[in-house]
Design a protein around this ligand. Sequence first.
Ligand SMILES: NC(=O)c1ccc[n+]([C@@H]2O[C@H](COP(=O)([O-])OP(=O)(O)OC[C@H]3O[C@@H](n4cnc5c(N)ncnc54)[C@H](OP(=O)(O)O)[C@@H]3O)[C@@H](O)[C@H]2O)c1
Length: 319
Amino acid sequence: MPALNDAFDATTTTDDVMRGVSLAGQTALVTGASSGLGVETSRALAAAGAHVVMSARDAQKLDKARAEVVAQVPQAALDTLLMDLADTDSVRAAAGQALQDYPTIHLLINNAGVMACPLMRTAQGFELQFGTNHLGHFLFTCLLAPALLAGAPARIVNLSSAGHKFADVNFDDPNYRQRDYEKWQAYGESKTANALFTVGIDKRLKDSGVRAYAVHPGVIMTELSRHMDHADFETLSSRTPAGQELVFKSVEQGAATSVWAATAVELAEQGAIYLENCQIAQPAVQEGNSGVESYALDAAAAEQLWALSEQLVGQSFSF
Ligand SMILES: NC(=O)c1ccc[n+]([C@@H]2O[C@H](COP(=O)([O-])OP(=O)(O)OC[C@H]3O[C@@H](n4cnc5c(N)ncnc54)[C@H](OP(=O)(O)O)[C@@H]3O)[C@@H](O)[C@H]2O)c1
């Protein structure tokens, strides 16, 4: 296996990662492509020659994002796919359309997300963060598996977060039916679920040439903070270890680890791993924002989450 690229770090940008990479002939689907990291991820993949399907739930916003990418990459091959991840009916309809229009998919970037919202519920009654960030992507990815298998070698990139450190998945009450809601805990649970889903899907698809990666992009000012108030920013800063400052990345730096996960040759034989700063993350240490908690990559918990997710979406998958 080639060594990891020592030159890449927290300052690496999408263009640094994609220099010399050609994605001609590849189809990539990016969720949450109407804002923030999803737009930049789409731009970088399209600039490398991929046919990019930009997915989001708001048609107007998605068209605007598509126009932004075209302005920067006039030759971009772009399609759009409307999908509300907070409604399994919408996810099933979008997946059905995608399978019909794109029978071969090489890269699936599960990037959409919602963070620290007040207690809200999806169309099917799931807590909004767990329902959108995890269950919507779980269902979408499993339904798209035939296209990913047709595209093998193919990759799935799941946007997790250092926020996974806030909480492990609560298997007894994943949807906050019996306990008081806490918005950061719920975000943490959903982001741990993103990492555990990476482990579960990689296990099932790796022998067929589809590998999965979890990504922490860094801390980037995007619309993700739309539900945050001043006190939330103070809380986040106070969780930063003494002597360290909360370092913000640009959007180009933030999306770099996603496109690295999607394209790095040195990752081809690996999967079920958590990446940050265009490197494989180290195990978390007690203090600090970096590294991955062992519970987020735990194989038994990944199986437990798989079974729970199948039960909640009402469908079993065998690939
Ligand atoms: N920014 C950071 O500092 C940071 C740090 C760690 C992890 N992350 C992760 O990175 C990913 C991208 O975040 P971002 O910073 O780019 O945030 P963003 O600018 O808020 O973008 C989030 C995207 O997800 C979409 N989305 C939200 N709910 C959806 C739903 N129900 N159905 C379909 N799409 C939906 C949004 O569409 P609408 O605009 O229509 O809502 C938007 O396109 C997220 O998974 C986030 O958890 C970000």
